[in-house]
Design a protein around this ligand. Sequence first.
Ligand code: GLC
Length: 635
Amino acid sequence: MTVLADDVSIDREVARTRAEQAAGPFDAAFARRFEEHFPTLHGLFRTLYGERADGSEALAEVVALAAASWHSRPLELRARDDLRESEPAWFEAPQMLGGVCYVDRYAGGLAGIRAQIPYFQDLGLTYLHLMPLFESPEGNSDGGYAVSSYRRVNPALGTMEELAALAADMRLAGISLVVDFIFNHTSNEHEWARKAVAAEPGYEDFYLIFPDRTMPDAYERTVREIFPDDHPGAFVQLEDGRWIWATFYHFQWDLNYANPAVFRAMAGEMLFLGNQGVEILRMDAVAFIWKRLGTACESLPEAHLLLRAFNAVLRMAAPGLLFKSEAIVHPDEVVQYISPAECQLSYNPLQMALTWEALATRDARLLQKALDERHALPEGTAWVNYVRSHDDIGWTFADEDAAALGIDAYSHRRFLNDFYVGRVPGTFARGVPFQENPKTGDARVTGTTASLAGIEAGDDGGEDRVILAHALALSTGGIPLLYLGDEVAQLNDYSYADDPDTAGDSRWVHRPRRPARAYEQRTDASTPAGRVFSRLTQLIDVRRGTAEFAGNELIPFHTPHASVVGYQRPGRDAAADRVLVLANVADEPVQIDALTLSGLGAEASDLLNGAPRDLREGLTLAAHGFVWLRVTPLP
Ligand code: GLC
């Protein structure tokens, strides 16, 4: 055992020799990528594990895993790697459209998902996130987010071979497979968890286990409670009286990344998944992966180093893969995870939450401010923009942004929670509270898009709001992501409360089974399903054919109206036309006068109906209405 050297060349030779002994001689492609990325990985390991005698060993083992994984990487995946490397901006194209669903709820199993491929193609999906599908505990498994084996598919859904075959079919259909990489924690039934509890040599330090409350009490002075309905604080007690770190449910145990053996083990699982044909790994709960006493144990610098290290491993062994960050935290922290060297993609929880905030308040200023100031991203990265996910809506806007508009963040969040769970008189929303914490007053909101937007309540503006919210997610840039079933206006499913496995978790209200009847109605314009489907699919079609929607660049466009959000999208060619998006969240129409539009050429065209528009006449935005106009900026 040796500590890592300052001089990268010594460790590089050690790593290469050991890896070649274990995995056979490097081929030319791997040797090239090893030379390119080893220094990065080495530097990260030195910072993370430089003090430890086992750091050098672990690094050499990671390289050996990467080499072995590359050697067994199927040829068609290597071909895909080449394609992605030759077109690194592939995910920024306006043709990109994501979908997300639960395998069991949407289609019964992997075979059912495969049968839906023609529908996904019709819809225009190029990316499909299958919610956690790995082996996990019976009953409550946090929807599969408690993983008992990363190498076995939950037998109720199918097998790993079927998953790889599905990935291949999807590839042929132009759809990239996205699965979760749940690397912050495992289930308490994972083999590593059993071995750690039994103190088997090599596994004692895989999790954070303490003999009594001394350390848990010390940590809990500064960490948040994430699932207070399940247990207070961040620790749960083991049967033998000891305490183990469990940020989420009591059966989801946080891994101890201060131990390089944990990094090595998870890198192995990541590479395994990469070789099944997964193209994007959704990096679950990234903010929580490193702990330090006296801190919030969220978004610590080491969390970024770990992501960079995992990324460097991928670049050696599965270079076509991307990471998508799931950081539902303060917007300053969200962007820190987004870079080509870390996560190339990220959920955009701020735009999501502020879309709902604007719809509730009929005031788009906070959303506008976020688009003006917080939308820009580094080259080679993209947002994943969504209207809602499988999770709750948390009001993660920055308090200082609200204050700049004279809004008190604390009472505003309370208002939004009350509004969306139906406690404000006259509200159009039918949401359900999630994890209300009486100690802090904190809470989040659940509900399907249609139920939150007013369709369930029979509000006249409900369908328009569903379309408006999607029109924003489809036009601000990056990859729009649709929660499957929302395109046919699926409503809340309250039956979750009757099932003991789901009753305690109100997120199940917005995870209904595939709404078969609504899908049947999707061509029937006399139904909400039919109307929402035809309007939404039209937007998707228009987006696909609009080059200006490529990439992430967004130029703010301000009007004098607080209820209007505005921006221009230049696409890749800043000198050419732009698309102007104006959206009105108010319940009344708004008149945009000619003066406001006078920086643009008079001739514009409406992308949704192809009609010419004369901007000298001004524009009317309907209640909850919007326009996508091709405009020419005046020099
Ligand atoms: C992520 C998932 C959420 C899950 C949690 C714990 O936030 O989106 O559904 O409960 O991680 O894995």
